[in-house]
Design a protein. Structure first.
Lengths: 293, 509
């Protein structure tokens, strides 16, 4: 009996081990949270910090310094640039791109995952590969198409151009996601009288909600991140999107309006970060869906 | 059914080799298609060797005289270049055909004019230009739109517009002149050059060859951006200098003392415009030149270049820190505004910005002339940036664009004033003292700059080869190679190879 008791570690030792594990886990988490959060925090401080403190090497960059807080950068952003219009354009373009991407990527992903034809797997990878061709290489030939469509210097140019990189990636993502849904479920629906389309609409799509949300988030953020197409296809101030507007109008030659730049980035970025947090579970499920079968 | 299901659900096996092959094919295919499409007749091919001047495209009979000049008009053609001897084939049109001067195109009522310019360092200039363009449009019944973008993004935007054959009508090259690159797509502005040149006593030596391609002005210099030395008076005084050193050896001595006091100096050793003209100033001041006066022979390998490179190595080792390798165009501005830097070589933007963003720095700083270079060929020479107007051939109405350009030059006093002389004029009569915007004693020194400012390719014309050398930053890379361990001789040899290769690609020489 005594020997059996001795086989278990003492209770204190177990508690210590658990504590040590937790401390390590939280230390790691804190470290990564710091890495992720620090730039955002720095942006926030810079947004409200006077220029004289920003450029002073003796001023600690992560705190407000002797001159306190200023609203000058935010005022400049809203009163002297077309920031409001850029934000509106950004959301308009991104929303349109999400809709177009879903319309094309969902059926294409289904076809690649489910329909029987030779080389489906190779085609899936091939489609994904087109996503890897950089926009810096594609913008010159694509601009001819945009001009031919009569969309040069219009928001429509971006709505047409962005799906060229969102659809391939999202098709690949959806194909991976559809493969995780057992075929038997769809088959059972068809046995119960559903056509293939009916089975897709009634069974597959509701089960693919996580995947579709992931695709929507990806398409939205990819549209917001693009620089090259936004720069080269659109230049009128009232047609600019936010990522190009703040850079083209708040960097003047060799002078950077740091406070206003940070304010612009922060105001445009925070809503998307909040959106992400709402759908985080779906997002993780969607992105890892194709990993385990 | 089971068999069918298995068939449908089967996993297509794919070997790693097959995957890599497929990926390679897609990438090569994509890249090839893009390149073919990009190159297909879009006219970004290298320029041919200079040819005899072609007749101007505009029709003088349909034009009207330009608006009265603000300065006293003069019919004298531009004086021949003093320091530089232009290439025979690239003879300035103002000298070659003075008889053409006079009538210039008039704006077409009901036309539209879309203008692309950089987001000017001085926001007040953008506001002035927007307002002026609107007023000009109302007066001439032309719908004018002015778009502003970041200077670094202009080449990409122009590439897109060139490929699309659409976009703006009139635009401004900023520092990176690509007149030769797009020569087949740009309207000949020789008639405008002649008219404006006659009105203002001729173009400055620097402006004469700028934008001149095959004897035609494919671009016209709007203004140069001078690059004075901006230095801390208090720091220099601290190490025993009451004013900024007048020659390069003394500047080296002072810089070494300043670095010891933790006040290094800085010139970018990176791919940026400031890197281009900062190190050109050193090279030219030492007497080194990139090409012969006719622009046909590479002359970068010389004793003067070697001396300049050795000086650059010493200046870096004794006076700078390694952050200069990572600078962009804003690097030296931040350096000065931080209060640590003792001197930089930059446009007045750094100095003017300090007034509002770092008043302590501003009150202790001043502008200085470029130091004199040593040796028989040494002199005071400043490498500068310059901007230029260009008009696309597919412009809604090229004559309207030309008329706008002519009238814009007539506003030189306004844009001089509003920019505090940052826009340095390209025409001789505009250099009469006192110059607008330079009334402040701090800026007075800029009135003496005309004789010592030079664009890239000094001693010869700014042709397509120099355009590529400038836009691929060969100059700062040569100095960076010398400093980072290759040594001056090897760096100079490398640069000679680059210049020769690029000249050959452009059929020059």
């Amino acid at each position: 009996m005594a020997a059996t008791v001795a086989a278990y570690p003492p209770r204190k030792s177990r508690q210590l081990r658990v504590l040590r594990k937790r401390v390590l886990v939280y230390a790691g988490l804190c470290f990564y949270a710091l890495i992720a959060g620090l730039p955002v925090y720095w942006m926030l401080i810079t947004t409200f910090k006077p220029d004289q403190d920003l450029y002073n090497l003796r001023s600690f960059p992560l705190f407000f310094n002797e001159r306190g807080v200023t609203m000058d950068h935010v005022t400049l952003l809203f009163n002297r640039t077309g920031f409001g219009v850029w934000i509106k354009n950004t959301f308009l373009v991104s929303a349109a791109v999400v809709v177009i991407t879903l319309i094309f990527a969902v059926p294409a992903g289904y076809a690649l995952a489910r329909l029987r034809f030779r080389g489906a797997e190779s085609l899936t990878i091939g489609i994904f590969m087109t996503y890897l061709v950089p926009t810096t290489l594609l913008f010159l030939p694509l601009v001819k198409v945009i001009a031919w469509l009569g969309l040069f210097d219009k928001l429509g140019a971006l709505i047409v151009a962005y799906p060229t990189f969102t659809i391939p990636f999202c098709t690949w993502l959806m194909a991976g996601f559809f493969k995780t849904i057992p075929f038997e479920i769809e088959e059972a629906a068809m046995m119960d009288g559903c056509s293939r389309v009916g089975a897709i609409v009634r069974v597959i799509l509701p089960l693919s909600l996580a995947g579709m949300l992931t695709v929507a988030i990806f398409a939205f953020t990819l549209s917001m991140q693009d620089f090259v197409y936004a720069l080269t296809f659109v230049s009128s101030s009232d047609q600019k999107v936010v990522n190009i507007g703040v850079v083209t109008e708040l960097i003047r030659g060799d002078v950077f309006y740091w406070g206003s730049l940070m304010a612009g980035a922060l105001i445009a970025g925070v809503p998307v970060a909040i959106l992400y947090s709402f759908f985080l579970d779906y997002f993780i499920k969607g992105i890892t869906g194709g990993a385990v079968k | 059914m089971e068999s069918e299901t298995n068939n449908v659900m089967r996993r297509d096996g794919m070997s790693r080799r097959r995957f890599v092959r497929l990926a390679g094919l897609v990438l090569v295919g994509g890249a090839g298609t893009s390149l073919l499409a990009a190159c297909g007749g879009s006219g970004t091919a290298p320029a041919k060797p200079t040819e005899a001047a072609k007749p101007a495209e505009s029709k003088p009979a349909e034009t009207k005289p330009a608006a009265p000049a603000v300065a006293a008009p003069t019919a004298a053609p531009a004086k021949p270049a003093e320091a530089a001897k232009p290439a025979e084939a690239a003879k300035p049109a103002a000298d070659a055909k003075p008889a053409q001067a006079g009538p210039v195109a008039k704006p077409k009522s009901g036309a539209s004019l879309k203008i692309l310019v950089w987001s000017h360092f001085v926001p007040a200039y953008d506001e002035w230009l927007d307002k002026y363009a609107t007023q000009w449009g109302e007066k001439n019944k032309v719908q004018v739109v002015v778009d502003h973008i970041r200077n670094a993004d202009i080449p990409a935007r122009l590439a897109a517009e060139s490929s699309a054959g659409a976009g703006h009508d009139l635009f401004e090259f900023q520092a990176v002149l690509q007149a030769a690159t797009y020569k087949d797509k740009l309207v000949d502005l020789t008639d405008v050059a002649n008219a404006v040149g006659q009105k203002y006593g001729g173009w400055t030596d620097m402006a004469k060859n700028f934008g001149l391609v095959d004897g035609q002005y494919k671009a016209l210099m709007t203004y140069a951006i001078l690059q004075p030395h901006i230095y801390r008076k208090d720091y220099f005084k601290e190490v025993g200098y009451d004013k900024f050193p007048d020659d390069y050896p003394t500047l080296l001595e002072a810089s070494a003392k300043l670095k010891e006091k933790d006040h290094p100096c800085g010139m970018p050793l990176a791919n940026c415009n400031d890197g281009n003209h900062n190190w050109r100033s050193v090279l030219y001041s030492f007497g080194g030149a990139e090409q012969s006066a006719d622009g046909k022979k590479v002359t970068i390998a010389s004793d003067e270049t070697l001396a300049a490179l050795k000086y650059g190595v010493e200046l870096y080792n004794k006076g700078m820190t390694d952050e200069v390798f990572s600078w962009d165009d804003a690097g030296n501005n931040r350096f000065l505004l931080s209060g640590r830097g003792s001197w930089v070589d930059n446009a007045t933007s750094a100095f003017i910005t300090a007034k509002s963003q770092a008043p302590d720095v501003y009150s202790n700083s001043a502008l200085a002339l470029n130091p004199k270079g040593p040796g028989a060929k040494g002199a005071r020479r400043n490498g500068v940036d310059a901007n230029a107007w260009g008009v696309w051939k597919w412009a809604n109405d090229p004559d309207t664009a030309k008329a706008f350009i002519v009238d814009w030059y007539d506003q030189w006093q306004e844009w001089g004033k509003v920019t505090n002389g940052y826009n340095s004029p390209p025409l001789l009569d505009m250099w009469k003292k006192p110059m607008p915007g330079l009334e402040d004693p701090e800026f007075k020194i800029m009135e003496d700059w005309r004789e010592l400012s030079f664009v890239a390719g000094w001693q010869g014309p700014f042709h397509s080869g120099i355009e590529e050398i400038n836009s691929t930053f060969v100059m700062p890379n040569m100095f960076a190679r010398a400093i980072r361990g290759d040594g001056p001789e090897a760096a100079m040899k490398w640069a000679e190879g680059e210049y020769t290769r690029i000249f050959k690609a452009h059929n020059i020489g």
